[in-house]
Ligand binder design. Sequence first.
Ligand code: MN
Length: 149
Amino acid sequence: MSEDEARFLVQRHHAATLHFDFGLEVAGVVVSWSVPKGPSLDPRDRRLAVRTEDRPVDHVDLDGRGAAGKLTVWDSGTYRNLTGHDRPVPMDRAVRNGHLTVWLDGKKLTGAFSFTRTNTRAGRQEKWLLVKKDDEATLQSELDGLRSP
Ligand code: MN
């Protein structure tokens, strides 16, 4: 599957506490985060996203860890990698670097979102922040990238 057709999936997970499981298909696995408050469409919101274990792609619509509780699909679709604008960074490297920007084409979530790793940890897990990008600014920077030699 090409990166252009990679899928994303957001599930509501009714476990001990309600949270959202956010998964992006990257290089043959589903890179996953647990987002306590869920994604926001407001660029002013910074949502905590705790990195969880990568899951197998063939379990893209399952919680691969067999976690307790009820999972329901909240949104799904495809995404494009926008990381790096005019000097594109492959998704697997962007995840390792701790910063990525993706354009989501879902039913609820459309537009550009960024995931940025912070230098704090929740136990052994990485804390990231999930933020909706200002789409006009993101589109303009994409266009600027296309125009640059
Ligand atoms: Mn979960």
